[in-house]
Ligand binder design. Sequence first.
Ligand code: M6R
Length: 626
Amino acid sequence: MCGIVGAWMTRAGMDDIADVLVEGLRTLEYRGYDSSGVGVVRSDPGAAPGAVRVARKMGRLENLEEALKGGALAGANVGVGHTRWATHGEPSDENAHPHTDGTEQIALVHNGIIENYLELRAELEAAGVVFQSETDTEVLTHLVGRRYATDGDLAGSLRAALRQVKGYYAVAVVGNRDGVTELVCARQGPPLCVAMFEDGVMLASDVLAVLPHTREVTYLSDGDLAVLSPGSVRVERIDGEAGEAVERVATLVDWDTEAANKGGYPHFMLKEIFEQSEVLGRAIHNRLLPTQGDVQFEGDGWSDPDLNGIGRVQILACGTALHAGIVARYLIEGLARIPVEVDFASEYRYCEPVVSPGTLAIAISQSGETADTLAAMRLARELGAQTLAICNVQGSTLTRDCQKTILTHAGPEIGVASTKAFTAQLIAAYLFALRLGRARRVLDEATGARMIEELRHLRPKLESLLTTEFSDSIRKIAERHVNQNGFLFLGRGVNYPIALEGALKLKEISYVHAEGYAAGEMKHGPIALIDPGLTTLVINTKGRVADKVRSGIEQVRARKGPVIVLGSDEGSWSLGDDVVKIPETSEWLSPLLHVVPLQLFAYHVADLKGCDIDKPRNLAKSVTVE
Ligand code: M6R
């Protein structure tokens, strides 16, 4: 939810670690952006040598940068930083991280939730501690600080404090006592990686913060505590003994720093929408076997007998990933004839799920760190399901906790509104359904080969939608509808989840009410909403249900509701007030084309309304709390 970073640089001439920390925070801002701060160990005229100094500012990172102008915290080469998505206490300077214990000895940043903080806070207050904020984090800070003040061992103090707390955390602390500086971090739940390179060491919530320095990172496991110092990163266990190191293998990350830049686009969201044809290329690279009419996945794939043993699939996901899961349901049932259920991960956990022998649980997640998805997948595993992650982040908790992984290869997605990650999830679902269908002999070689051919022909069609002209045409439509009171998105079959996704995109970045519905359901209730102030976007592709959807469009028109028609069904084009013509492809692949104009529509409506597209209000990119 929040982003944390820590660095200790030994580069010659390095005297303002705040610059490095802010540079890291900029790449983590997508994780939370209601306040930010840094804490460093510096020698300050008038202060004790090595005193910890902190700068914290409510609002966007620019506010912190402003506060740091002129080298306000210069003279330091070690520190921690944080960008916040508020859970306990409103966004304010006081509630921003890092927190201190009031002694200038430590600065602590935290991502997660301390569940027993009220109880601990009462105990600390009874012992005379005066709190400066409403956060759960400050409790942890005082627990660490009180111990550190007596024994001067920061790693030991953090370990002891963490043994008292219940909850989820990625936490980093910098401390200085008697001129000795220490930098430590620990993880239980939210992600944390550490890295060592020629002129420094770093820790961060996301590898993006480390990429400008190195591509070799080590992901900490739950229960790990790391001690960082120049030239050394030692990983221990929170429940282990001090000095007892455990081995963690470093990973070479194949993302580059460019991915974390806007590359000339005004927003990450637009850049990521336009990257979708490259994503398609990457997602199918080395995976197609045209002559066998089949596909393959890297790593330890399942054998045909394994795949034949799957009797049922449960898909677990949240938000956009859930919509990809619903598309996957249509694909797997249609192409491999296996029954599929799709559940909100947050519901699955509490609905007494039944996992029968032969169940495969597929967890879909861009980040691989969504708390609900992780918990649902773990429950499915405990109940006996095999587990497969469809995930964008190699090394994420989800990929490490599942037995198998299909990486989606979308590259880093920074815009809070998911776009290219969704496209990549759809491609992974298509490939997996095809593999299942072939293994189970539901699809013959010729059908498999035809499906691969259709997939290969998709790229130019997708590219025809990823042009400035096409985007401008969608903007013109957006201009005509931007002041509507609400929007209804309708789709049917495999395009029903695309209607859900179109509505989610619009509401999350433009704050307009939008609903997605199965087109055939409209007449059972939502039709009551139709009036000139509500625009209905209808997806209609050539195929089995095109004429049924057409009659739905007529029903909206008969009630004077403005209609935007989108799809390859020519018979629908004359029925819309606005029309978005989409190239023809197979019905199974049509979601990949339909989602693009819907993403662009949401983008342009939000832009016309002056909304903060990459950082919509109240949202964070990864929801790592329940
Ligand atoms: O990282 P995940 O794919 O697990 O995230 C799931 C949802 O939180 C995410 O898709 C969310 O709905 C996005 N804001 C959608 O744009």
